[in-house]
Write a protein that binds this ligand. Structure first.
Ligand SMILES: Nc1ncnc2c1ncn2[C@@H]1O[C@H](COP(=O)(O)OP(=O)(O)O)[C@@H](O)[C@H]1O
Ligand SMILES: [Mg+2]
Length: 256
């Protein structure tokens, strides 16, 4: 792993309907980082991912993905949107769902999959520990299984970076550790950026953490300081009420 930046965001601003959603964001994600961005709902996490993906143009600022423009480097980014954006009632098998992650690369009117594509899909499912579900219908999976399948779908095109939006919402606690172990393993061979409102996800595999609430509070390390949390959440009580106050706090809040 080198220190090559895979994502560089400089002085990024974005407003919607007169409200500033992203305010002067500077972010550098290096190759091999497992970067967690936490922040309250409505803080702009999903919007920031979409800007990085080139899906939403910013009002101001620059974004570079492996030295290029987001639109040109889109194939290097694997995106796992929030689970609720998928329609799991659609009659699709798990394997077909994963193969759909390759559709963006297919040209022509008839988009068909070949043996190599099927092998890629099965490999991605194995990576996520759900190869045995390949022939099941997506509708019949648990939330945690669906989450793994949509990550496999993002991995099928062999991206350099995986961007995950709220990956643990539907993962129940007993399987959560296992889920993070899989992400931790993935992080050895790729760069991961994970956004979440759940401070509980800040686990041992994460190498860097930042807080986002319109502004990004970061200091380029794994430590989550009180300043960052206060800045992003305004009130540390939010965090304490969440039930995971101690994990990464450098100092305990005075209330403790
Ligand atoms: N397309 C849009 N038009 C107007 N406002 C939007 C749009 N998308 C997001 N927002 C607003 O931007 C803010 C940040 O939203 P979002 O990025 O979804 O936050 P998060 O993912 O942190 O919960 C919210 O106030 C939301 O209402
Ligand atoms: Mg969101």
């Amino acid at each position: 792993m080198t220190d090559e930046p895979v994502i560089e965001v400089e002085d990024l601003w974005l407003s919607r309907k007169g409200e500033v959603i992203l305010e002067g964001i500077n972010l550098r994600v290096l190759q091999g980082d497992f970067f967690a961005i936490i922040g309250p709902n409505g803080g702009g996490k999903t919007t920031l991912l979409k800007v990085i993906l080139g899906l939403i143009p910013p009002d101001r600022g620059t974004i570079r993905i492996l030295g290029g423009l987001p639109g040109d480097k889109r194939h290097l980014l694997g995106y796992v949107p929030q689970l609720r954006t998928f329609d799991f009632n659609y009659p699709l098998s798990v394997r077909e769902m994963v193969l759909s992650g390759l559709l963006g690369r297919k040209t022509g009117i008839f988009k068909t999959f070949n043996d190599a594509d099927y092998r890629l899909a099965d490999k991605a499912l194995s990576t996520m520990g759900v190869a045995h579900l390949a022939d099941r219908t997506i509708r019949n999976l648990s939330g945690g299984e669906q989450q793994r399948v949509v990550i496999a779908r993002a991995l099928v095109g062999d991206p350099k970076v995986l961007l995950l939006d709220e990956p643990t919402v539907f993962v129940d606690t007993p399987t959560e550790t296992q889920f993070y172990d899989i992400l931790g393993n993935l992080a050895r061979s790729m760069t991961i950026v994970l956004v979440t409102h759940d401070i509980g996800v800040i686990i041992s595999h994460v190498t860097k953490v930042a807080c986002l609430n319109h502004r990004l509070y970061t200091h380029d390390s794994k430590e989550l300081t009180e300043d960052m949390i206060q800045g992003a959440y305004k009130c540390p009580v939010d965090i304490i009420a969440h039930g995971h106050p101690h994990r990464v706090l450098r100092q305990h809040p005075p209330e403790e």
